[in-house]
Design a protein. Sequence first.
Lengths: 215, 517
Amino acid sequence: MSAEPVPVPLAWLHLRSRRVPATLTALLACGVALWASLRYHWWLGTGNAADELPMILQGCAAGVIAVTMHSPFGEPERATGRWLPLLRAGLALALCGAAIGFFALGAAAAYGPRAGVYLAGGVLPVARNVMGLTGIGLIFCLVTGALTAWIGPLAVTAISQYALIANYSEPLTWPARPPADRGGWIAAMVVFAVGLIAFTIRGPRIRPSGELPAA
Amino acid sequence: MTAATAREARPARDRSRLFRLAVRIMWVEVRHSAFVWAIPLLAVLFIYDPLRTASGYPALWTLRASVVLNKFWPVCVPFATAFAAWAGSRESRRDVADLLGSTARPAWTRQLCSLAGTLAWVLATFAASVVVLYVRIAQAVTWGGPPIWPVVAGVVALTAICALAFTLGALFPGRFTAPIVAVGISMLVLAAFSRAVSQGGVSVAALSPDGIVPANDQGVFYPVAPDVSVVQVMFFAGCALGAIGLLGLSPRTGGAGWRGPLDLASAGGARLRSAAAAVFAVGIALAVAGFGLAATARASSVTGGIEVPALHDPASDRPIRYTPVCADASGGLQVCVHPAFRGYLSQTVNSLGPVIAELSGLPGAPVRAVEIPGTALPSIVQQVNGDGAVTGSPPLFEFTMDAITLVPDAAQFRDGFRQDIVHAVIVGPVGRMTAGGAFQPATGTPAQQAVEDGLLKAIGSQPYPVCGPYALQCAQQPQVAAAAARFAALPAATRHAWLAANLAALKAGRITLAQTP
């Protein structure tokens, strides 16, 4: 009878199997892109338009986190022990934290109020959007499999871009709501909680090839 | 059958077999394309904004059809690029590159079929949306015909970004490739849009399919020149060919390689390398030519559109013939609009009627109101975003339909016309350009402001905006507001009689605020 593996090496193996170093690099790149967009005035202007580019980057970060959840081992991994659900949840939370941290660092590095360089709304909406969009990504992991779960964050980001520009306000467009909007926070946190709980329990949908089924 | 005829018949049979094979592979790719999952999302997005936005615009072809490139095209970009990159990285993702390397056909053929499978769905979705939108527009529109060139430009631009994303997917396969390529290209599109908006769509910004919303009367008085669309088609066709050529050349994607023509042993051989290199070279040449032509794009002072001198046909600057639609407003004013704006005639008459009733018979009061192209308005009126100006003798109110805002607002439509006319009669021109080229607004003396605002208040309109971006004096003084309220409270006949007796002195600035009734 083999001894149960200790959590730390198991966690490390879990991270390696999910290509977490590459994920962190991609998330860091998102933070750098945010810094560059603020520093070099890539955004469209003030007001709502100033949120466009940061929101696209937040959608990208959520898509990257969702894709990270893909398991290269498939079904057999589910028989490996009781740690797997905790590792899934821990990884999703840790990556969300890392993404928010990189965005905050990017915004802080570019911060220059005299030159009018700052992240519109601050870091709070970044946290709300990254967590909410990641929740969408985790839900899509259950539906399409993790490798194509980027579809969800991409779609919500696209809808939110429309809402941002045209001042639409619907429950689905919470990323476009003002930073202090309570409804936006509730919607994002509910989506994140549902996605995280469902993903923790069930894990990503597994296909032999990791591909979508034929149309 | 002789040996000679047998030799001639074989290539024809081979060609037919190759064609059938290509169609079969294409069909397999179309059936297995993951893009079908994006179609419902794109349909929701299409209904959510482009269709809704187009329905809110005035019922004119150029304006409503602009949502194809300004609203729907940008949202197709992340999905098209993501799924193209996903398809491009497929062979490496599935670890079958070595297995497929031993097949008889070059990797390029296989990859082009895969790209075509994704592209077929992308373009079919785009085309279906355009058809739905154009049918909806045709049911409501009053003038002109469906613009085709922007659709062609959109199709070619989507083809180019799909080819580019597919090539990036093949070059850098990985689990993160699809979302990162999608977001990267979306950011490029957004940056190009930002530049197009800030530069007004001239110079290289003309290459961005997604640009500024056209003026209300674009394509109404003058035809829309296809110059910008032609340049976009050239540039994006070049980009597409360049990306496809790169796919065929790069050894990373199983291509022929960049080595010298003597290296016949590389994958695909010299013929394939020559073909890929030719496609790549033609693509780069087209893209450079398109970029160079776009750099010369400028705004036409006649038509208001963007023209590229090397491609521009002067015949497209000739105005479109039309017979104005006219109606009489109260006070004997005749109002004429372009038939495209027939639906707004009664609204215009209702807007102008009360103000003409107040001013009729006074010196400078217009006797006729005619719609003209936005580009024909005096530049000083365009500076202050005015809707019209009173010119000539007998006075004529020339106005544009830019008063129809993209978000319909009846009060704004009405007040814009009234403010322009009252200001012209009571104060005079909206301002003047100084020798240094700066705009100096003419907001009038306090007495003029009081009478002007009193008249506007009496007919239920907002005061003249002295707090506009060019105004020197921002807040309306309390004593001016009080005098305006007093003037508005007078009976209409008393107001008119006072104006008839004092307008010349008021306009000359000889009447003080205390002398107003």
